[in-house]
Design a protein around this ligand. Structure first.
Ligand SMILES: [Fe+2]
Ligand SMILES: [Fe+2]
Length: 330
């Protein structure tokens, strides 16, 4: 590529992004844009599938058939979200195998929230309400992300996440209005999940390594702190309707700002969990590696089946190049 052509392509890319047009897989894009998207989409996909673990922990102990069916559907949705996102990342030329290898070897991360344990049934409610709620706040703007396949995957994901958030809220409401012990269980779960949920938006804006460039490329639309504030403002009235308290004595409405003020987040805890020292880091990645190894025969069988189909189609085409046999085309 000549320097001239390179500059022209870069200018066309910048103009398309600035005009809010979608970048598609076959379009030219800067290497850094591609790398940044792969990093973000991979981390997102990994979070979806690792996020199945804390809740799957409660499937066998769900208190009723209705709750069990709902939870199974939710956990299955998360597997689907992983699938959409790995597929979207593949459009950038990175295979799913490669991304999974990076997850298993610790070279790529998943959201730290999933390194916390689910100690009681109420945690399923707190995860739905707060963790899926925070995820939606983060992800709705990605539906307008500049990269087409990522934006389109997010539209579908966000619709499903809304159900997840509502099932968590409804579960907590039932517990909160139940016996004293049930109410206490709901409160305890919210006490443990509130602060890690706030950390899900990532470090404060001035410490966020990738934010500014991601915003310039319109991969990201709002800063971490902006989204965190939006989430707090949504959660406060919801906690009131639930009859539960958010564990922050500094949480109060600020008339002047038109937002809620909230207490200081323990960023030392965030960085520590990110480094691998959370309560469940080892368990989560160990479980994932084991599931991957145990699923090797399924991948082998699927690949063998695909090879067989391709060979059969090739043989049929060779025998009947004009495609006159109707059946061969089915
Ligand atoms: Fe999800
Ligand atoms: Fe979800």
């Amino acid at each position: 590529m000549t320097a001239d052509l390179g500059a022209q392509l870069a200018a066309a890319f910048d103009a398309a992004v600035a005009a809010d047009e979608r970048v598609e897989p076959r379009d030219w894009m800067p290497d850094e844009y591609r790398a940044s998207l792969v990093r973000q989409m991979a981390q997102h996909a990994h979070s979806e599938i690792i996020g199945m673990q804390p809740e799957a922990n409660w499937i066998t102990r769900a208190p009723s058939l209705r709750r069990k069916a709902i939870l199974m559907a939710k956990v299955q949705d998360e597997a689907g979200h992983g699938l959409y996102l790995y597929s979207a990342a593949e459009t950038l030329g990175t295979s799913r195998d490669e991304l999974l290898d990076k997850l298993h070897s610790g070279k790529q991360k998943y959201s730290s929230i999933f390194n916390y344990p689910t100690l009681t049934w109420a945690d399923v409610g707190a995860i739905g309400w707060l963790v899926d709620g925070a995820a939606i706040t983060n992800q709705v703007p990605i539906c307008r992300c500049s990269y087409g396949p990522y934006a389109r995957a997010m539209v579908r994901i966000c619709k499903e996440e809304s159900f997840h958030q509502r099932q968590g809220y409804e579960l907590l409401l039932a517990l909160s209005r139940g016996t004293e012990a049930q109410h206490a269980m709901a409160q305890d779960a919210v006490d443990r999940w509130w602060w890690p949920s706030l950390m899900m938006f990532g470090p404060p804006d001035d410490e966020s390594a990738h934010s500014a460039q991601s915003m310039a490329w319109r991969i990201k639309r709002h800063s971490n702190d902006e989204l965190r504030q939006r989430f707090v403002d949504i959660a406060v009235p919801q906690a009131e309707s639930l009859g539960l308290t958010l564990p922050d004595p500094d949480l109060k409405w600020n008339e002047e700002r038109g937002h809620h003020d909230f207490g200081a987040i323990d960023w030392a805890e965030f960085w520590d969990v990110l480094k691998g020292n959370g309560p469940c880091n080892e368990q989560r990645i160990g479980q994932r590696r084991k599931a991957h190894e145990e699923g090797a025969w399924v991948r082998d069988a699927a690949a063998a089946y695909a090879r067989k189909q391709t060979a059969q189609q090739a043989a049929q085409q060779a025998a009947n190049p004009a495609g006159q046999n109707e059946e061969a085309r089915v």
